[in-house]
Design a protein around this ligand. Structure first.
Ligand SMILES: *Cc1c(COP(=O)(O)O)cnc(C)c1O
Length: 385
């Protein structure tokens, strides 16, 4: 089993549990960020993102930049929108709302389309919105970590291409890349931003993204320069292209240790077919959702087709408080997260089921968590009606 110090299983929607080899990659000796060994590792890592996002189009541009998942929103807002341009934000919770805030920070004009809490906007509404106004970009949160709602990317892109073909489709895949299917080329996506600490299973501290040739053209044709220095494609694109071509290049110092960890995590993920990984996450998620229903509890994402494989947001029974149940879970070695969606935050808890906790057959994290949930709720006085 794991050589890590004994610790409770971290089953929140990121950071998740990390594999030993990934963690050990971070204790790599110090290297120059422009020396040949690190340039090779970074270049290879950028190349590994292409199969992860399922793109073979050479015009697709990967980025790995120090920061967190949030930096991906800044990349999109600063480079792909200009002040006064309209953005359609498909929001299924807290993270969609925050993406809209980020776009507005750079002067874009976000229009939000929301579903009911625990649901998502539907294709006819999206088509209607697109036909009423010219939108520069549509953003969609693939899995909103505040609700566990998954969006149907394929049908969203189809709607956009039908009604407003030039509009860029940008996906927040922070909580979906490496556990939910994303076919970048086949679905004709223009950008997916993510972070390492969720389903990729690598420590936090990086912004990871892929942009289409179409998105890079839109950037090149800007009328105004990007309103960010650190997040500017102008500064980062030549650096990423040089590294991928195994040539040293400098704009701002990357973290070699984190890039080593990402390299290890990506090699582990890509050693098996991605379809197998998505299927495994779906099976475990189905098992969790069934166990939750068997306990008599409700899931925030109401309809089965809206439920992500990454996590489950679970309404607590009446009379059971988050502050009572989380410590009882922790005493059984299980860490869940509290609620995050502003309208229901005090009423539910979040169970992340991604990465090694799902894929490593030697681990019993998920079964332990389901057992701990049952006994902790009983201790809180809950009995199934
Ligand atoms: C976690 C998360 C983010 C933010 O990522 P950070 O690494 O915390 O900055 C953005 N979007 C979604 C969907 C997330 O789950």
């Amino acid at each position: 089993m794991s050589t890590q110090a004994s610790h409770p299983a971290l089953l929140i929607p990121g950071p998740i549990e990390f594999d030993d080899a990934v963690l050990q990659s971070m204790s790599h000796f110090s290297e120059s960020h422009v020396g040949p060994t690190f340039v090779n590792t970074f270049g290879e890592t950028l190349g590994l993102l292409r199969p992860l996002f399922q793109t073979t189009n050479p015009a697709s541009q990967p980025f790995v930049i120090s920061g967190s998942g949030t930096l991906g929103w800044d990349l999109v807002a600063a480079n792909l929108t200009e002040a006064g341009e309209d953005a359609l934000v498909l929001s299924t919770g807290y993270f969609g709302d925050s993406f809209a805030d980020c776009l507005a920070t750079y002067g874009a004009k976000p229009t939000k389309l929301e579903g009911p809490v625990g649901g998502r906007p539907q294709v006819p509404e999206i088509e209607k919105a697109l036909s009423e106004k010219k939108y520069k970009i549509v953003t969609v949160t693939h899995v909103d970590t505040s609700t566990g709602v998954v969006s149907d990317l394929k049908s969203i892109v189809q709607a956009v291409r039908k009604v407003s073909p030039e509009t860029l489709v940008i996906v927040d895949g922070v909580c979906s890349v490496a556990c939910e299917e994303i076919a970048f080329d086949e679905w004709d996506l223009d950008g997916v931003i993510t972070a390492p600490q969720k389903a990729i299973g690598c420590p936090a501290g990086l912004s990871i993204s892929m942009f289409s040739g179409r998105a890079m053209e839109v950037f090149k044709n800007r009328k105004t320069p990007p309103a960010s220095y650190f997040a500017s494609f102008k500064n980062w694109t030549p650096i990423m292209q040089n590294y991928e071509a195994k040539k040293p290049s400098y704009f701002a110092t990357p973290s070699p240790q984190l890039v080593h960890a990402l390299n290890t995590a990506l090699k582990q993920i890509l050693a098996r077919p991605l379809s197998e990984r998505f299927q495994k996450h779906k099976e475990v998620s189905d098992k969790v959702k069934k166990a939750v229903a068997d306990l008599g509890l409700k899931i925030v994402a109401t309809k089965p087709e809206d439920q992500s494989s990454a996590m489950t947001a679970i309404y607590l029974p009446d009379g059971v408080q988050i502050a009572n149940v989380l410590p009882k879970l922790a005493s059984r070695g299980v860490i869940f997260a509290g609620g995050l969606h502003k309208e229901i935050a005090t009423k539910y808890i979040r169970f992340g089921h991604m990465g090694v906790s799902v894929t490593d057959p030697a681990r019993t994290d998920i079964d332990n968590a389901l057992e701990a949930l049952k006994t902790s709720l009983a201790e809180c006085g809950y009995t199934k009606a």
